[in-house]
Design a protein around this ligand. Structure first.
Ligand SMILES: NC(=O)c1ccc[n+]([C@@H]2O[C@H](COP(=O)([O-])OP(=O)(O)OC[C@H]3O[C@@H](n4cnc5c(N)ncnc54)[C@H](OP(=O)(O)O)[C@@H]3O)[C@@H](O)[C@H]2O)c1
Length: 278
C-alpha cells in the first residue's frame, strides 16, 4: 500500500495529508469507526468538542496499541468558549476527554460574527495554549480572507492551518491563495461534498477513465492541489476506498475539469453568517 505523504506546517510540525474525520459519528459508533480507520491505515483523526466524541476518539487510539506519537489528532475550540479563560479551560477539557497529555493541532472552530468576544482575543488565548507546550500547532477554521487579515495584523503567530469547506463545487481558490501566501496550510472539509460527488456524471466519467470511484477521484484532486483532507465514513469498505489515493494520478485535463465544476455551492453554513453558540 502506498504511504500517505506528510505536509510540513509553518512551525515545522508534520501532518499526514490524509486523515479520518468524525463529524456526525455518534459516540456509540465512534470507537469502532476510529478503530477501523486506524486498522485501514489512517494516522490522522479530525475531531472537535462540538462533535461530542473526543472521549471515544482517545479510547480507540489507546485500544489500537499504537504509540500516541503515531497518530496526529486535531480538535477544535467550541463556539461558546471564545473568551480567554473559557478557551484555556476548554483546551484542558479536550485533553482530559481525549485522555492525552498533548494535542497535535487545536483550531478555533468558527470566527462567529456578532458575538461578544472578538476572535482576535480568542486567537491570543490560542497563542497562550501553544506557549504552554501542550499543543504542537494551532490554527483556525472557517476563516475568510477578512478574518485572517485581522489575525495576521493584530497577533504574532500565523495560524498553521485554515480548515475550510472545499470541494469541486466550492474550490475556494482566492482564499486558498491568500493562505498559501502566508504559509498557512489548507484543510478541506466536506471534501466529497458529503457524498454528492458520487452522483455527478462529469465526475463519474473521469472516474471511469482512470478506473477509480468518484470519491477517490475527488479526494485525489484535493491531494494533487496540496490540501489536507479527512473524509468521514462509518463504513469500513469506504474508509479503505477513501484511503487508496496514492497509487494513481490525475492528468492536467482531469484536474482542470474537476476545478471547472466550481459553482460556489456550500454543503455547510457560510462563516460570515454562522453564529451558532451551544
Ligand atoms: N471545521 C468545520 O467546520 C468542519 C465542518 C464539517 C466537517 N469537518 C470535518 O471534515 C470531515 C469530513 O467532512 P464531512 O464529514 O462533512 O463530509 P465528507 O467527508 O465530504 O462526506 C461524508 C459523507 O459521505 C459519505 N461517504 C464517505 N465516503 C464515501 C464514499 N467513498 N462513497 C460514497 N459516500 C461516501 C459518508 O457516509 P457513510 O458514513 O455512511 O459512509 C458521509 O455521509 C468531518 O468529518 C470533520 O472532521 C469540519
Amino acid at each position: 500500500m502506498a504511504s500517505v505523504p506528510n505536509i510540513r506546517l509553518n512551525n515545522g510540525v508534520e501532518i499526514p495529508q490524509l486523515g479520518f474525520g468524525v463529524f456526525l459519528v455518534k459516540p456509540e459508533e465512534c470507537v469502532e469507526a476510529v478503530s477501523n480507520a486506524l486498522d485501514v491505515g489512517y494516522r490522522h483523526i479530525d475531531t472537535a468538542e462540538m462533535y461530542g466524541n473526543e472521549k471515544e476518539v482517545g479510547e480507540a487510539i489507546r485500544r489500537s496499541g499504537l504509540d500516541r506519537s503515531e497518530v496526529f489528532v486535531t480538535s477544535k475550540l467550541n463556539n461558546n468558549k471564545h473568551a480567554r479563560d473559557d478557551a484555556l479551560k476548554a483546551f484542558d477539557q479536550t485533553l482530559d476527554d481525549l485522555g492525552f497529555d498533548y494535542l497535535d493541532l487545536f483550531l478555533v472552530h468558527w470566527p462567529l460574527p456578532g458575538i461578544d468576544v472578538d476572535y482576535v482575543e480568542t486567537w491570543k488565548a490560542m497563542e497562550e495554549i501553544s506557549a504552554s507546550g501542550r499543543c504542537r500547532a494551532i490554527g483556525v477554521s472557517n476563516f475568510h480572507e477578512h478574518h485572517l487579515q485581522r489575525i495576521l495584523e493584530a497577533t504574532e503567530t500565523r495560524p498553521a492551518v485554515n480548515q475550510i469547506e472545499v470541494s469541486p463545487y466550492l474550490t475556494q481558490d482566492p482564499l486558498r491563495a491568500l493562505n498559501h501566501e502566508h504559509g498557512i496550510a489548507i484543510e478541506a472539509w466536506s471534501p466529497i461534498a458529503r457524498g454528492k460527488v458520487n452522483d455527478d456524471p462529469a465526475i463519474q466519467q473521469i472516474a471511469e477513465s482512470v478506473g477509480r470511484t468518484p470519491a477517490q477521484v475527488v479526494l485525489r484532486w484535493h491531494v494533487q492541489r496540496g490540501d489536507i483532507v479527512f473524509p468521514k465514513s462509518i463504513k469500513r469498505q469506504r474508509m479503505a476506498e477513501n484511503f487508496a489515493l496514492f497509487d494513481f494520478e490525475l492528468d492536467e485535463s482531469s484536474m482542470s475539469a474537476l476545478t471547472a465544476l466550481d459553482r460556489g455551492e456550500r454543503t455547510g453554513p457560510n462563516p460570515d453568517e454562522f453564529n451558532y453558540v451551544p
